[in-house]
Design a protein around this ligand. Structure first.
Ligand code: PRP
Ligand code: URA
Length: 209
């Protein structure tokens, strides 16, 4: 079973509360999402291995530690996952970025695929899939399916708000993929939106509604 980590750091929770507030506009929403992504990134990368390297400080030589050659790819699920990329890139500037385009059909709530562009060596990379919302889990499961078809074996999923249904779906279909979220909310409504949630993440980031 994949591990579920709820990142309940006070600063993450504080920023998430402002994002949930219906009065928060797109500019603040985007900035907060970027900040939270960076903060959540600490937890998502916590198990990255370190190696000793020889360096020289202005005082003397020393053995210090660096992340050991880990190649990372950040893979946002379009559109809303884009909002978490810059925060993670601030933390991991050498990461490559792939894109997977999926939107939910409004009637069936099933994801519809429309775009994929990934780094050529994606199978060798540690992958962080980003999407602020994990509702039914359909989009995340399809994105992870696609990455596995390309040979990826080291995938983690970073979301902001999840519904219990979405967490269950990913854990059942992809038990090897660890999930990181800032909150697990109560339930889905009849339109498969998360309650209490924060509304439509893509629309709030890009101001499309
Ligand atoms: C939202 C969200 C997820 C998906 C979650 O995207 O960003 O990708 O829905 O729902 P699920 O877990 O039930 O699949 P949406 O389809 O609204 O597309 P957008 O990001 O382009 O607005
Ligand atoms: N997509 C969103 O943007 N919000 C939800 O609550 C569910 C799916």
């Amino acid at each position: 079973m994949s591990k579920l980590t709820v990142i309940n750091h006070p600063m993450v929770q504080h920023k998430l509360t402002i994002m949930r507030d219906v009065r928060t506009g797109s500019k603040d929403f985007r900035e907060l999402l970027k900040e939270i992504a960076l903060l959540m990134g600490y937890e998502v990368t916590r198990d990255f291995p370190l190696e000793d390297v020889e360096i020289e400080t202005p005082m003397e030589k020393m053995k210090a530690r660096k992340v050991s050659g880990k190649k990372v790819a950040i893979v946002p699920i379009l559109r809303a996952g884009l909002g978490m990329v810059d925060g993670l890139l601030t933390l991991i500037p050498v990461a490559k970025v792939g894109h997977i385009g999926l939107y939910r059909n409004e009637e069936t709530h099933k994801p519809v695929f429309y775009y994929c562009k990934l780094p050529f060596d994606i199978a060798q990379r540690t992958i962080i899939v980003t999407d602020p919302m994990l509702a039914t889990g359909g989009s995340a499961c399809d994105a992870i399916d696609l990455l596995k078809e390309k040979g990826c074996t080291n995938i983690r999923l970073m979301c902001l708000v999840a519904a219990p249904e979405g967490v269950r779906a990913v854990q059942e279909k992809h038990p090897d993929v660890d999930i990181y979220v800032a909150a697990v909310d109560d339930r889905l409504n009849d339109n498969c939106y998360i309650l209490p949630g924060l509304g439509d993440a893509g629309d709030r980031i890009f101001g499309t509604k």
